[in-house]
Design a protein around this ligand. Structure first.
Ligand code: F6R
Length: 610
């Protein structure tokens, strides 16, 4: 949700900022801008639309600067246009600010500034900060102190970077609720909302925490607490390569990430799956395992795709560990005064580890004494750091806005946690072994499913013009139906709904006619016979049926229009396999509709606002 990058050093920062913004574009892509000091002149260039348009403008102007900041926006206050793009400036354009987050009291601050004579060019909350800082600078206060004093007046969230042409040796950065890292180079330093923007230049980073504030110079940096005390920060080394965040020859990140799933699921279980013992070891849970296993109740909270993974986790934990589980949208959980105690454990699942609602729910759970655990992909992300303990899913960087490989890796990790806690709760060794063997075979089964890519592309051709889709599944594959529908709607803009198949007759069945494609997720599991009846009900009303079922299942062929046949696995792992054809179907439909698969309209990869 908005990308931030900044540079101070001896090189020309323009290409560094543009490259950084391109890598951050998944965080927001409705407008972009940079601010720099070219031949002692402060300059701001902004464009509506993608970073490539900004790049064209910047290239025409041939600019050079050894300090600069850049931003790619995901609109919150004010429509996506040039005026609302960042950086925002003070009246004489000597000060630039870029910001990710929301200033909740911006209107009150703006009203005061208007009374003082300040004029506003944009509808954003961020511009208020520019003028407020300016009001302190005008009193002769230096930049660092002016930013600090401004932030003391602000309610809300921010990751921000500020530059001032009268103090051209530094960038000021501050964080509260929106991520920021400082990249440490030799004779140059960086600021970014995530490491992907600066990984090409340095692997050494410092994560700013909420309430921290930094002055970044080319050859040094100072980090301070909210109370203005200097803080010694640990430098982390990132062990991710730049190749890992490139497209690797695929036309889209989403397709690359779908195709990576044999490897990403393997990485999620590497060193953790104990095949012979039919168990799992998860270092991140070692210290709290007794408390977790003895929980009276487990809760799982998340948003979007991660919430779908949570639903699958509910089925897994309840079936094998026999601990009652509740799953809840993080955004609802945090505001409903949840009843929690020290006997509850609560997992927070988040690919990015930065989702504002999930983070707030985590803090709420911690404050109420529950054991708060993270399941994250991005190492060092806020949720990962705020959790009391947790497990990384190790899916590798996910850049495509629609989550794919993170979802399957989340399911693998939930299966590993199931094994770990169920063993402690007395799972039979033979059952443990069965799960471990089946998990071990998942990567090669995914590879087999990926060979159906051409077949699924043909299906996409046939169905790409349907304005609506229904996705139905039961048991473990009810969440898979929700996920299939979400994938389709977010990248193809086709209206799609997911339902438990049996719920169809309580309403959605009214939608079914010969124009309605219905995707049934129907592996031969304990719900199969029931789902066959639901297929008959749709067939009787003329619906066009696509069924995902097991290899060798011939009986379903005559009931449906198309089948996608996938390898068998044990029931609890079926959603890992059934979600792969659903991802491919959504992907190919969106490509055939010539849509921007990796950056669908209105979305952002990391939702750091409420
Ligand atoms: C859908 C998607 C979103 C995210 C949601 C939570 O493809 O990516 O629904 O799953 O915004 O994000 P994380 O997992 O980063 O907390």
């Amino acid at each position: 949700m908005c990308g931030i990058v900044g540079y101070v050093g001896n090189k020309n920062c323009v290409p560094i900022l543009i490259q950084g913004l391109k890598r951050l574009e998944y965080r927001g892509y409705d407008s972009a801008g940079i601010g720099l000091i070219h031949e002692d002149e402060p300059i701001v260039i902004k464009t509506k639309g993608k970073v490539s348009l900004l790049e064209e403008r910047v290239n025409e102007l041939v600019l050079e600067s050894e300090i600069g900041i850049g931003h790619t926006r995901w609109a919150t206050h004010g429509i996506p246009n040039e005026q609302n793009a960042h950086p925002h400036t003070n009246a004489n354009k000597t000060l630039f600010i870029i910001h990710n987050g929301i200033i909740e009291n911006f209107q009150a601050l703006k009203n005061n500034l208007i009374i003082l004579g300040y004029k506003f060019e944009s509808d954003t909350d961020t511009e208020v900060l520019a003028h407020l800082i300016d009001s302190y600078l005008n009193k002769g206060i230096n930049l660092s102190k002016s930013v600090q004093m401004t932030l003391n007046e602000v309610n809300g969230t921010y990751g921000l970077a500020v530059m001032y042409s009268k103090e051209p040796d530094k960038i000021i950065a501050a964080r509260k609720g929106s991520p920021l890292v400082i990249g440490i180079g030799a004779g140059e330093n960086f600021i970014a909302s995530d490491v992907s923007a600066i990984l090409a230049y340095t692997k050494n980073v410092i994560y700013l925490e909420d309430g921290e504030f930094a002055e970044i110079y080319k050859d040094r940096y100072v980090v301070k607490s909210i109370l203005d005390k200097e803080i010694e920060k640990e430098i982390h080394e990132i062990n991710m390569s730049i190749d890992e965040i490139d497209k690797g020859g695929y036309p889209h990140f989403m397709l690359k990430e779908i195709m990576e799933q044999p490897e990403s699921t393997r990485n999620s279980m590497r060193g953790r799956l104990l095949i012979e013992e039919g168990s799992a070891k998860l270092g991140g849970l070692n210290d709290i395992i007794d408390r977790l296993v003895n929980s009276k109740r487990i809760l799982i909270s998340a948003c979007g795709t991660s919430w779908h993974a949570a639903l699958v986790g509910e089925y897994m934990f309840e079936q094998y560990a026999r601990i009652p589980v509740e799953v809840e949208y993080a955004s609802e959980f945090r505001y409903r005064n949840p009843i929690l105690s020290g006997e509850d454990s609560i997992f927070f699942i988040s690919q990015s580890g930065e989702t504002a609602d999930t983070l707030a729910a985590l803090k709420e759970a911690k404050s109420r004494g529950a054991l708060a655990l993270g399941i994250c992909n991005v190492v060092g992300s806020t949720i990962a750091r705020e959790s009391m303990s947790g497990v990384y899913i190790h899916a590798g960087p996910e850049i495509g806005v629609a989550s794919t490989k993170a979802f399957t890796a989340q399911l693998v990790v939930l299966a590993l946690i199931t094994l770990l806690i169920s063993k402690r709760k007395g799972l039979k060794p033979s059952d443990g072994k069965k799960i471990a063997d089946a998990l071990n075979e998942i990567p090669s089964k995914i590879a087999q499913i990926l060979k159906l890519n051409d077949e699924i592309e043909q299906l996409a051709e046939e169905f790409k013009d349907s304005p609506n889709f229904l996705y139905l599944g039961r048991g473990y594959n009810f969440p898979a139906a929700l996920e299939g529908a979400l994938k389709l709607k977010e990248i193809s803009y086709i209206h799609a709904e997911g339902y438990p198949a049996a719920e169809m007759k309580h309403g959605p069945i009214a939608l079914i006619d010969e124009n309605m494609p219905v995707v049934f997720i129907a592996p031969k599991d304990s719900t199969y016979e029931k789902i066959l009846s639901n297929i008959q009900e749709v067939r009787a009303r003329g619906g066009r049926i696509i069924a995902i079922t097991d290899e060798g299942n011939g009986e379903i062929d005559k009931l449906v229009d198309h089948t996608i046949k996938i390898p068998r696995t044990i029931e609890m792992l079926t959603p890992i396999l059934t979600s792969i054809p659903l991802q491919l179907l959504a992907y190919h439909i969106a490509v055939k509709k010539a849509l921007d698969v990796d950056q669908p309209r209105n979305l952002a990869k990391s939702v750091t606002v409420e």
